[in-house]
Design a protein around this ligand. Structure first.
Ligand code: ADP
Ligand code: MG
Length: 314
């Protein structure tokens, strides 16, 4: 199979949206954004051996390459619309491409996003998705919107993806590690938070690092009650310090962390966004993120989060 066979067989799919004027097949895509909306543009790359271990199932790589981008759109409160895919492959392996594209297109379909172009090259395995989402004009959610007096919330549970990755790296095989391999972008929640949340971010690098970005962008401090972190039974079964370190710094959970005023509590409880929300702390004047144990003492994890240019850790 050559480059054009790959595109035609695995990536040139009919577009479902009627605002795609020209999709795959020309020198560029032509899109007609609906009037009255802002476009939110995100891009994220996944690299073999860096974002997922060698030997990760191709279907999961396809899912993940898109999921991490959809998670960014969710954090901005955007509705996914269009995307491009730049794929670099060590070889043209039809069985691998079949599985990769199955994982990729299944998530695309469920999110209502159309693939309108891309690039296909040979080299070390990586996939870059650029996704565009829509919000009502002026309605995008931001990291910098948090204010003192607001409460801090997270969706779902934290630390599961880190625990899954640990299992994969220990050679446990790909089954039962879905929170790492198949993250769920919280799109419905992100849209529901428009007009309700102060600061919003998705948790890719770990709660401590990502809540730190909200605090910094908003010019505020954050106080987190460790005892209130939402943990799954599997994470709760670990040694408590280990469980907390995974929950605050392993990352890859792709849950949303956001702030909202106490007056929003009733509306948050009423949200049916397909995921649990847990209040874990408060926004305060000042700066930085303080993690408090059950005795009210500051607690520090063994490592703070993921950093590509610092040996993979902070
Ligand atoms: P050009 O040489 O003009 O840059 P290409 O030969 O790279 O065009 O691509 C041909 C068409 O196929 C373009 O419309 C491009 O957007 C699309 N395309 C290439 N690779 C992919 C891919 N992995 N997924 C989706 N569309 C792709
Ligand atoms: Mg061209």
């Amino acid at each position: 199979v050559n480059e054009f066979d790959i595109i035609a067989r695995y990536f040139d799919r009919p577009c479902r949206r009627d605002d795609v004027v020209v999709g795959v097949g020309d020198d560029g895509a032509v899109l007609a954004p609906p009037p009255g909306s802002d476009m939110v543009v995100v891009t994220d790359t996944v690299v073999a051996g860096r974002h997922f271990p060698e030997g990760t199932p191709a279907e999961a790589i396809g899912h993940r390459a898109l999921a991490v981008n959809l998670s960014d759109l969710a954090a901005m409160g955007a509705e996914p619309a269009w995307m491009t895919l730049a794929l670099t492959l060590p070889e043209a392996d039809p069985a691998w491409l079949e599985r990769f594209s199955r994982g990729f297109h299944a998530l695309a379909e469920s999110a209502g996003i159309d693939l309108v172009g891309g690039d296909t090259t040979s080299g070390p395995l990586s996939a870059t998705v650029t996704a565009i989402g829509l919000v009502p004009a002026g309605g995008a959610l931001r990291r910098g919107g948090a204010s003192p007096g607001e409460r801090i919330y997270v969706s779902g549970t934290l630390g599961d993806a880190g625990l899954d990755l640990r299992g994969l790296l220990a050679g446990e095989g790909p089954d039962g590690h879905d929170r790492f391999l198949y993250p769920t972008p919280r799109l419905e929640l992100g849209r529901a938070l428009r007009g309700l949340a102060g600061g919003v971010i998705d948790i890719s690098d770990g709660l401590l690092a990502d809540l730190g970005h909200i605090a910094e962008a908003s010019g505020v401090g954050a106080r987190v009650r460790l005892a209130d972190l939402p943990l799954s039974a599997a994470v709760r079964a670990l040694e408590p310090g280990d469980a907390r370190t995974l929950a605050v710094s392993a990352g890859d959970d792709y849950e949303l962390c956001f702030t909202a005023p106490p007056s929003a509590e009733a509306r948050l409880v009423a949200l049916e966004a397909g995921v649990n929300l847990t209040c874990i702390g408060d926004i305060v004047p000042g700066e930085g993120v303080v993690l408090m144990d059950e005795h009210g003492r500051d607690w520090h994890p063994a490592h703070a989060g993921f950093d590509h240019f610092n040996g993979g850790a902070r």
